[in-house]
Design a protein around this ligand. Structure first.
Ligand SMILES: Cc1ncc(C[n+]2csc(CCOP(=O)(O)OP(=O)(O)O)c2C)c(N)n1
Ligand SMILES: [Mg+2]
Length: 572
């Protein structure tokens, strides 16, 4: 509060400041608690002013680490993640993270340094056309041409990143703009006539949906990350219970609806549950709330929800009808829409037969794997982590088989506990994302579950974890392979394991120890139980290297090109 007032006083005085100080004052005015970055020539004036600014800056060991950490922070805090990188290679190192944030609608404000205005376009040292490179992978981007504009640009960037469908906004700052001075006025209103996201859903469309629900025999809700972005988990539960409609989640939506709820059918899509996928195939009314009908969710579109009337609630009108013909489009905020739907209190559909069928499928076709004595099955490992953390940990993952096993077996009961790279599927995401997640919730148990492959893409961030003594539990699901690639080669390429087996992985325990992090290894269930309990009781970072059964595959599975009803691996 006091700090805020100080900022206000400074703002009201409308001081003359250099661009670098404007940036810092703007961050304070936006109540930014932490920024992630890496210095270099073009941002030296900014780093010089950061030195005594009081802004908490986390020096990651690679810019990719900074942007994934900011994504993890945004996911868990619900606030925008802030990143700073230098020009040229610093900026190109964040391209993956920007794309990741764009695909998964993560609010970020990213500052990149740029060469001085006078040499832009001359192939100057560390010059890259960052605006050109990042245009398609940002929600919006700016290059500062006049320092007078900088406060307005930063204010707009925070507004755009966090409103409507969230996303990354980039501000490219030529070096001279950090040094040049102008009056700092941060009190101005954001005026963007071309950007006015619709949040209030159209009442007539809501009425149409209420009517459709009342007539439905086999309704189902597909809930995506939009529910979490809108903080609409309570309303989702209320609505599903009021109308007796079963709920399916997308990968990114997990936690929006409690996994132990009788109306929950599991995750949809390529590695979804039989019940969820068959429900999507058989339903007569499909209510999509904040999901974007990703191809990993729909399978072959020709066979997707063939018997259903489709309703779609989304804050981004561009998503509605993009992949799936939609009879009832509802543009708006998921929470607003659900509140209206609950208030309508429409006639409950008669779903008793439908629920019986769904429960029968749940009983007949549960997720399954075989436990074997002396062998650590990865699915069992995730179940154990779930059990020992009471299903309440913040979990981050990389991409691959382990990610799917976490989605299947870590039954998220609560929202905002799940941090994964969905749309882009970025290996190397999990470890740095855990740094941001732990900083967003210092009291939470954060478990970063990564593959032996992906871990090696960003493992240098162990240094940050050690330096800040973040009590993250790093779980390596070590199958000595790029497991998901190996699985596809086994199934679709006649077991020709081209460049997917890595039997000579480094000794991850000694590697962690080299970074000053405690580490243990387990190869059986008994050892896994021991090291997990020990690690979870430790208030410091611990890395656990789990040697799991290397030939395990993720099932059930919808092969590429197939419909959801053509799943394999649903029964022994
Ligand atoms: C940056 C990047 N490169 C390549 C891929 C393709 N890919 C998807 S999963 C996977 C294997 C991941 O191996 P690992 O991290 O060990 O996880 P596992 O599947 O074994 O659990 C690969 C190579 C990717 N998703 N991201
Ligand atoms: Mg692996």
């Amino acid at each position: 509060m006091a700090a805020n007032m100080k900022v206000k006083e400074r703002v009201v005085k409308k001081q003359t400041l250099c661009g670098a100080l404007m940036l810092i004052e703007a961050l304070k005015a936006e109540n930014v608690k932490v920024i992630f970055g890496y210095p270099g020539g073009a941002v030296l004036p900014i780093y010089d002013k950061l030195y005594e600014s009081g802004v908490f800056h986390v020096l990651t060991r690679h810019e990719q680490g900074a942007i994934h950490a900011a994504e993890g922070y945004a996911r868990i805090s619900g606030k925008p993640g802030v990143v700073i990188a230098t020009s040229g290679p610093g900026a190109t190192n964040i391209v993956t993270g920007l794309t990741d944030a764009m695909m998964d609608s993560i609010p970020l404000v990213v500052f990149t340094g740029q060469v001085a205005s006078s040499v832009i376009g001359s192939d100057a040292f560390q010059e890259a056309d960052v605006l050109g490179i990042t245009m398609p992978i940002t929600k919006h981007s700016y290059q500062v041409r006049d320092v007078h504009e900088l406060p307005k640009i930063i204010k707009e960037a925070f507004h755009i990143a966090t409103t409507g469908r969230p996303g990354p906004v980039l501000i490219d700052i030529p070096k001279d703009m950090s040094v040049a001075e102008a009056e700092f006025d941060y009190e101005q209103e954001v005026l963007l006539p071309g950007y006015q996201p619709t949040t209030k859903p159209n009442h007539l469309q809501i009425r149409k949906l209420v009517e459709a629900v009342s007539q439905a025999k086999r309704p189902v809700i597909l809930a995506g990350a939009g529910v979490l972005h809108a903080n609409a988990h309570e309303q989702l539960k209320q609505y599903a219970e009021q109308q007796h409609i079963p709920v399916i989640h997308t990968l990114l939506g997990l936690g929006g609806f409690p996994a132990d709820h009788p109306l929950f059918l599991g995750m949809a899509g390529m590695h979804g549950t039989y019940t969820a996928n068959m429900a999507l195939y058989e339903c007569d009314l499909l209510i999509n709330i904040g999901a974007r009908f990703d191809d990993r969710v729909t399978g072959n579109l020709a066979h997707f929800a063939p018997k259903a009337t489709v309703a779609h609630i989304d804050i981004d009108p561009a998503e509605i009808g993009k992949n799936v013909p939609t009879k009832i489009p509802i543009v708006g905020d998921a929470k607003e829409a659900l509140i209206q739907l609950i208030e309508q209190n429409g006639k409950r559909p008669d779903v008793s037969e439908w629920l019986n069928k769904l429960n029968e499928w749940k009983r007949e076709y549960p997720l399954m794997y075989k436990r074997e004595p002396g062998v650590l099955k990865p699915q069992r490992l995730i179940e154990m982590i779930h059990e020992y953390t009471n299903g309440e940990a913040v979990v981050t993952t990389d991409v691959g088989q382990h990610q799917m096993w976490v989605a299947q077996y870590y039954k998220f009961k609560q929202p905002h506990r799940w941090v994964t790279s969905g749309g882009l599927g970025t290996m190397g995401f999990g470890l740095p994302a855990a740094i941001g997640a732990q900083l967003a919730q210092p009291e939470a148990t954060v478990v970063s579950i990564v593959g032996d492959g992906g871990f090696q893409m960003t493992l240098q961030e162990l240094s940050v974890i050690q330096e800040l003594n973040l009590p993250i539990k790093i779980v390596i699901v070590n199958n000595q392979a790029l497991g998901m690639v190996r699985q596809w080669q086994e199934i679709f390429y006649e077991k020709r394991y081209s460049h997917s087996l890595i039997p000579n992985q480094p000794d991850f325990v000694r590697l962690a120890e080299a970074y000053g992090i405690k580490a243990m290894r387990a190869t059986t269930e008994e050892e896994a139980e021991y090291v997990l309990k020990e690690a979870l009781a430790t208030n410091a970072p611990v890395l656990l290297d789990f040697h799991v059964h290397p030939g395990e595959n993720v099932y059930p599975m919808v092969a590429p090109g197939k419909g959801l009803h053509e799943m394999v691996g649903v029964k022994w």
